[in-house]
Design a protein around this ligand. Structure first.
Ligand SMILES: [Zn+2]
Ligand SMILES: [Zn+2]
Length: 337
């Protein structure tokens, strides 16, 4: 098969991903072999390729928003058939026995494996994944539309959950979103369908701010702008620590600030008054399979419409450069065939 491999992390401008020919992987007994049709690009891929996340495997095939069809089954897999359309996401495998797995918090598993970081991912014609961590995808999404749901969508969903706003409190809730890329543009659709008013702070007037207006934001401003109302909760998707004190300033008493990224630049120190009044800051780390299933069902019900910009299989480095320079509107997707 053909695949993109990372041998040595480095700045994207040096085009660190290499196009290689290699044997297709063989599924283990509990795995499925997936013929990849589309793979979403994610800011985490950028952090992996540029080395902000430590190297966990080398060479590595990145990519963790994989949509494809099952081409072969391991001997123990009996809940899927060859030809089934499936999605493979970031959480690749958990141990099932650590204190987190036993407590229903498998996203924090001590021995978790991650697609496109600790195991090979989907910038390739084929990939393997454990059947138990493979999602069935609602028919209403085509392959390209479905890809960004698998990380950007699921993580945004978990961020909404961790705001602490209950199901029956969403109507009229005021939510701030900082950064408006792939995750933000799905998250706003879920929040609005629940009845929230959404205030978006983001750089890039031409693409990100325009898309936020189009998707019904109550107000849109620059990354460091102050929303016109006190927010009940906010989510920071941008990897910029300097946004933390700004977002805290915009949140009312008792509100929660959720940090949605896997990596963030250092957070500047700030005055205690910004967090006093029982404001909470919490990060989101990965997701559980339950988050994934519930999100996909809600996304189909709404229905969420992903705005995608496609790149051909040969353009993996270019796609990540576009993501890095804010040149992608909505979510970027590599189309493998
Ligand atoms: Zn575990
Ligand atoms: Zn991701």
């Amino acid at each position: 098969m053909k695949a993109w491999t990372l041998n040595q992390p480095g700045p994207l401008e040096s085009r660190p991903l290499m196009f290689a020919e290699m044997p297709a992987p063989t599924p283990a007994e509990d795995e499925v072999l997936v013929k990849v049709h589309a793979c979403g690009i994610c800011r985490t891929d950028l952090h992996v390729v540029e080395g902000e996340l430590p190297v966990r495997r080398s060479p590595l095939i990145p990519g963790h928003q994989i949509v494809g069809r099952i081409a072969a089954l391991g001997s123990l897999v009996n809940d899927f058939a060859v030809g089934d359309r499936v999605g493979v996401a970031w959480l690749n495998r958990t141990c099932g026995v650590c204190r987190f797995c036993r407590a229903g918090r498998e996203n924090l598993c001590e021995r978790a494996m991650f697609t496109g970081w600790t195991v090979d991912g989907g910038y390739a014609e084929y990939t393997v994944a454990p059947a138990a961590f493979t999602y069935r995808l609602p028919d209403s999404f085509d392959d390209i539309q479905a890809a960004p749901l698998l990380c950007a969508g699921i993580i945004g969903y978990r961020c909404l959950r961790l705001t602490g706003i209950d199901e029956n409190q969403w109507e009229g809730a005021r939510l701030g979103l900082y950064g408006f890329g792939a995750a933000g543009h799905v998250c706003i659709q879920v929040a609005r369908s629940r009845g929230a008013e959404v205030f978006v702070c983001t750089r890039d007037r031409e693409r990100h701010q325009a898309l936020a207006h189009e998707l019904g934001a109550a107000w849109v401003g620059d990354a460091d702008a102050e929303p016109p109302v006190m927010l009940d909760a906010a989510i920071i998707f941008a990897p910029a620590g300097e946004l933390v004190p700004l977002a805290l300033k915009a949140i009312g008493k008792g509100g929660t600030l959720v940090l949605g990224g896997i990596h963030m630049s250092p957070i500047p120190s700030f005055d205690y008054s910004l967090i006093y009044g029982e404001r909470t800051i919490r990060s989101v780390a990965n997701n559980t399979r339950d988050d994934g299933k519930k999100f996909l069902a809600e996304a189909a019900r709404i229905p969420v419409r992903t705005h995608t910009q496609t790149f051909s299989f040969g353009q993996a480095n270019d796609a990540l450069i576009a993501l890095k320079t804010d040149a992608v509107r909505g979510a970027g997707v590599l189309v493998i065939d």
